[in-house]
Write a protein that binds this ligand. Sequence first.
Ligand SMILES: [Zn+2]
Length: 237
Amino acid sequence: MDSITQMALGASIAGAVAGKTLGRTALITGAALGTLPDLDVVLDYGSAVANFTQHRGFSHSLFVLIPLAIALAWGLWRWRPALGFQRWLALTSLVLVTHPLLDSFTTYGTQLFWPIGGPIALSSIFIIDPLYTLPLLAGCLAFLLRPPATGAIAAGLAVSSLYLGWTLFAQQIISDRVQPALAEAGLEESRVLVQPMPFNTRALARYRAHRARSRGDCHWLLRRQYASESGVFPTPP
Ligand SMILES: [Zn+2]
């Protein structure tokens, strides 16, 4: 997801965990930690394609982020001992782990278990979706104006999480609707890629269902999309 969303999610989680003790500092710390895994964009993997495909690799791996959360919790606890080590650990681990989990709901996917296995892409939410982000931002804004508004933060987290759950449900509804059409066209065996669009609760019809006759076609569509959105190849007319 985009960096504003990841900052808002990190800040909200940190506010919920430590807002009462640390006030606005909790939100700032959470926002910084929420963007930390994406800082690997400054690394050069050798080519434009490699930079794009290897992003969300080691920096989004639970095997890297969990030890990092423990180390950061220790350092932050030394900096601000008013918050106990366990609370700091809850804050750093929840913020760092939810970042790649959220990314795994997008079409681009995340190598959650790097170096083992490939990317996980649930493909239920578009990479920028204000309906997910705005409730988080509203909760953060309420907190910043009148700290510690942990109730507003919790409400923002609840609404955005429900929306995220809804995207999986919507994806399933669309897949179910596409199946009869495929069967009619004699393509029951096709693999279908249901691709999310922004604001996907507004109209389910905004989901685009790509039909592909084979696994290969499906991957081709996905790769074509990667390439066009990364600017490596122009979008076909
Ligand atoms: Zn990310």
